[in-house]
Design a protein. Sequence first.
Length: 244
Amino acid sequence: MTRSSMLWVARQAGWVTLGVLVYFSVRGLTEGSAEAARANAHDLVALERALGLHVEGALQDLLAPSDSLRTVANWIYIWGHWPVIAATMVWLAVEHRHVFLRLRDGMLVSGAVGMVVFALHPVAPPRLLDLGMVDTVTEESRSYRVLQPPAFTNQYAAMPSLHSGWDLLVGIAIVTAASALWLRVVGFAMPVLMGFAVVATANHFVLDVVAGVALSLVGHAVALRLDRRRRRRAAVAHPPEVLA
């Protein structure tokens, strides 16, 4: 890697780190009231029941008989998010700059909109309602609180689920950049597994996942437009040589 490439990667890492810190800080500071969050969550449950989507309890029941299945779901929720995002962004920044920039922009756009929703429309997760569901992540693992300290956590930010949405963006980036079949399979599987894990562990409702995916796809669409603009500017700044 050339010195200029190393500087570019370091600069991007700094911006991404700053963005993550701002996201967590604002997310924690905009924690909504418990009463409003629970009321909004009960409204969401009513909507899911009307749509036939209220399956959170049934999904958690699939994990109940097996310690191994609960552990797998917990680990997907914990280690399949920030660690995977960080590793993917480092790889893309070094090997696939255009894909890295699209992922970065998609996350920034969806994260910014998500923070506004968290502040204006707090929603409690299933684990904080009287639905008979258990927060398996907190009860059975301490790793999550190491990766995401309580001081930076808004427990009423269930809607939308950026756990699901951002894993979708990372999956799209992996499928776009990877040449190895096994890595592309990982990219396809990641958002599906995370969508199941966030619901089965009682951290999100099904509609939280739907909203997170939809918001992240909007962010991805904006990122694609920004990427096209960058490419046009680069083409103008460095036109191809005309052969005589």
